[in-house]
Ligand binder design. Structure first.
Ligand code: UGA
Length: 455
């Protein structure tokens, strides 16, 4: 029996499963609770419902420490810390939908031996509101800790076990200390650990804000470099060189300076709007975030303009999309650029074929009117233009000469600057990346003025 504290994890999505298996790996018994009985049955059978590198192996390795159940009381009986990792999707207003969080709060019994530890991303002030609800419902002894999660899909296990920082926000009492103890092995020596993680021990509201502000800042970095890329296209500079030159400045850093066709996923779009909305609700107009969102929307649409520039009308043109997930190493299609791109292309009369090594099943459900290919080669064959949407490693290995031969046309839009422009051009492709100069027209007779940009 491990000396580590047992825990409960409520919600078995990305964050919940990774948190559960991460703490199990560190030695805790973990009771995972979800209201979705079918999902719990799958998990009990060892079938992991999401694609995340290393996750299935780690679940199997720690199977003896993991329990999956729909019964909350099992977690309450065996653990005092209940990590909450339920979804907080955006509502139509851009605010976060907290109904799943409130359902968890309502399900808690009165107790002075338990604490809710909030992993879900919630607006600043949520912890305070939950504490108020606990008081009103006669559950004032229930403790509350904010412990936001910073893991990235695709590298979630490493992010959990080797974090840059662990943020714990509480208002004193045993629960915050217990959460820090759980994280101790991944903290740095100054905080009693043997790893790299810095500890930020703070109040609940500041912890909640660290999470929103971090995601909003990273999204800002991406929209910033995307605007620089757009200016590079006008001026002939190469954004890859520019980003490298900028990133070598310690104060800027090289990460999240990859220009492309915009950010997607379940977090950045949602959290940027949530922070903008949170500011607006409290009377502050967060101007910068409006621009971050608008630039991101326009960035996807620039691909359409590039295609029109080379092909003229897109009616009847066969366009191949390589990569459909919002980023590589995940099957997550939430807010994926492929959703907007395919819908725009179809609206413009194009025939769209898509390929993704992992996300095909989910893509099939979401991408209406898109033909799904079983391989990149199948998608490319007969295409008038290819758009590289997601930078899956296998696309780096594309045989460019074979690609040019298999296509009907020659236009290759590299939405992630994955390929070498010189090699693509040498293979006979009309290559256009993002912020790397504009290619001469594929066929000057099809020249047309770019459409005006609208979000
Ligand atoms: C993001 C944050 O990076 C995590 O720290 C955070 O925990 C998570 O949101 C969350 O709030 O749950 P994630 O959405 O998994 O993680 O993916 P990222 O790797 O951050 O990528 C987000 C998007 O930005 C992707 O569409 C990616 O293609 C795009 N991106 C990223 C760029 O366009 N350029 C870059 O330089 C980096």
């Amino acid at each position: 029996m491990s000396s580590r504290e047992p825990i409960g994890v409520i919600g078995t999505g990305y964050v919940g499963l990774v948190t559960a298996v991460g703490f199990a790996e560190l030695g805790s018994e973990v009771v995972c609770v979800d209201i979705d009985a079918a999902k719990i049955e799958r998990l009990k059978a060892g079938d992991i419902p999401i694609y995340e590198p290393g996750l299935a192996e780690l679940v199997e390795k720690n199977a003896s420490r993991l329990t999956f159940t729909t019964d909350l009381s099992e977690a309450l009986d065996r653990a005092r810390l209940l990590f909450v990792a339920v979804g907080t999707p955006p509502t139509y207003s851009g605010d976060a939908d907290l109904s799943a969080v409130h359902a968890v709060v309502a399900a808690m019994p009165p107790s002075d031996k338990h604490a809710l530890v909030m992993k879900s991303t919630v607006p600043v002030g949520t912890g305070e509101a939950i504490k108020r609800v606990f008081e009103e419902q006669g559950k004032g002894g229930f403790r509350y800790v904010s412990c936001p999660e910073f893991l990235k899909e695709g590298s979630a296990i490493d992010d959990f076990l080797d974090p840059d920082r662990v943020v714990v926000g509480d208002d004193g009492g045993w629960a915050g200390d217990a959460v820090v103890d759980l994280y101790r092995p991944v903290l740095n020596a100054a905080n009693g650990g043997q790893a790299r993680g810095e500890l930020v021990r703070t109040d609940i509201k500041s912890a909640e804000m660290v999470k929103l502000a971090s995601n909003a800042f990273l999204a800002t970095k991406i929209s910033f470099i995307n605007e620089i890329a757009n200016v590079c296209e006008e001026t002939g500079a190469d954004v890859v060189e520019v980003a490298r030159g900028m990133g070598l400045d310690d104060r800027i850093g090289p990460k999240f300076l990859k220009a492309g066709i915009g950010f997607g996923g379940s977090c950045f779009p949602k959290d940027v709007s949530a922070l903008k909305q949170l500011a607006g609700n409290s009377g502050y107009h967060f101007q910068l975030l409006n621009a971050v969102i608008e630039v991101n929307e326009l960035q996807k649409r620039r691909v359409i303009q590039k295609l029109q520039k080379h092909l003229g009308s897109l009616v009847g043109k066969r366009i191949a999309l390589l990569g459909l997930a919002f980023k590589p190493e995940t099957d997550d299609m939430r807010e994926a650029s492929s959703l907007v791109l395919s819908a725009r292309l179809i609206a413009d009369g194009a025939d769209v074929v898509g390929y993704d090594p992992i996300a095909a099943e989910e893509a099939g459900r979401l991408l209406k009117g898109v033909e799904l290919a079983d391989s990149a080669a199948e998608a490319i064959a007969g295409a008038d233009a290819v758009v590289l949407v997601t930078e899956w490693p296998e696309f780096k290995q594309l045989d460019l000469t074979a690609t040019a031969e298999a296509m009907r046309g020659t236009v290759f839009i590299d939405g992630r600057n994955l390929l070498d422009p010189a090699a693509a051009t040498a293979a006979g492709l009309v290559y256009e990346g993002v912020g790397r100069g504009l290619a001469p027209l594929a066929d000057p007779s099809t020249r047309q003025a770019p459409a005006p940009q609208v979000a």
